[in-house]
Every structure is written in structure tokens, then in C-alpha cells.
Design a protein around this ligand. Structure first.
Ligand SMILES: N=c1c2ncn([C@@H]3O[C@H](COP(=O)(O)OP(=O)(O)OP(=O)(O)O)[C@@H](O)[C@H]3O)c2ncn1[C@@H]1O[C@H](COP(=O)(O)O)[C@@H](O)[C@H]1O
Length: 103
């Protein structure tokens, strides 16, 4: 199992855990709106580092973004496996064709 799948599993297991014992449990206990807000904050931090060009900080912030994306998905009951399935569906199709299919 790769690190993303292990992380998704850990996050799912934290739902309902003691918020004092786990950052994930604390985030999930605040509800999906707070998780979405936190994801947005982390994304902005990554955007700032990308714009500045600090690759070490961007790498660090990108990891925060991925973690908080997974927490937000979990808060809304979206399975990480379903995101992977959607990515697999897109594999082999061109981005232009994908865009056309949405309009
Ligand atoms: N990948 C992460 C991860 N990335 C970031 N964070 C936390 O997310 C927070 C984001 O940074 P901030 O400075 O914004 O946090 P903060 O000041 O505590 O702010 P608030 O969250 O209180 O708003 C930090 O507390 C980080 O520790 C993470 N916390 C947990 N994980 C993974 O989740 C697993 C389970 O963690 P627990 O749920 O804590 O057991 C860990 O083993 C890790 O693999």
C-alpha cells in the first residue's frame, strides 16, 4: 500500500476518536465546513510558496494540502478510493477531451 492509501486509512480510522489525542479527530469533530476552510488556508499557503518559487517550502505545504484534502473528503463521506477511481477513469483521455465532456 502506498503512503497516500495508508494516510487515507489512518484518517478514516480517526473519525470518532478522542479530539485531544489526534489532530485528525479534532479537525473532523469541527465538521465539514471547518475542514473545508482549513483546506483552503493550506492551499493558499501552497499558492504563496509556488508564486515565490521556494521549492522546499512548496513541497512541505503541498504535503499539508494533500493531508487536509483527505480530511475534508472524509468529513463529507467521500472515499479516497473513489477519487482514485475518478483519476483512473481519466487516465488515457486527453485533458482537452475531459474538458469538453464537462460542458
Ligand atoms: N499528515 C499529517 C499532517 N499534516 C499536517 N498536519 C497537522 O495539521 C496542522 C496544520 O498546521 P497549522 O500550523 O495550520 O496547525 P495548527 O496551528 O495546529 O492549527 P489548527 O489545525 O488548530 O487550526 C498541524 O497541526 C499539523 O501537525 C498533520 N497531521 C497529521 N498528519 C497525518 O495523520 C496521521 C494521524 O495524525 P493524528 O490524527 O494527529 O493522530 C499522522 O500520523 C500523519 O501521518
Amino acid at each position: 500500500m502506498n503512503v497516500l492509501n495508508r494516510l487515507a486509512e489512518t484518517i478514516a480510522q480517526r473519525a470518532g476518536a478522542d479530539p485531544d489525542s489526534s489532530h485528525t479527530a479534532r479537525m473532523l469533530s469541527k465538521g465539514p465546513e471547518k475542514c473545508a476552510e482549513k483546506f483552503g488556508e493550506e492551499a493558499i499557503e501552497a499558492i504563496i510558496e509556488a508564486a515565490k518559487g521556494d521549492t522546499a517550502k512548496l513541497t512541505y505545504e503541498a504535503a499539508d494540502v494533500v493531508y487536509h484534502l483527505m480530511v475534508m473528503l472524509t468529513a463529507r463521506g467521500v472515499a479516497w478510493a473513489d477519487v482514485l477511481t475518478e483519476l483512473e477513469r481519466r487516465e488515457g483521455t486527453s485533458g482537452i477531451a475531459e474538458k469538453a465532456s464537462r460542458s
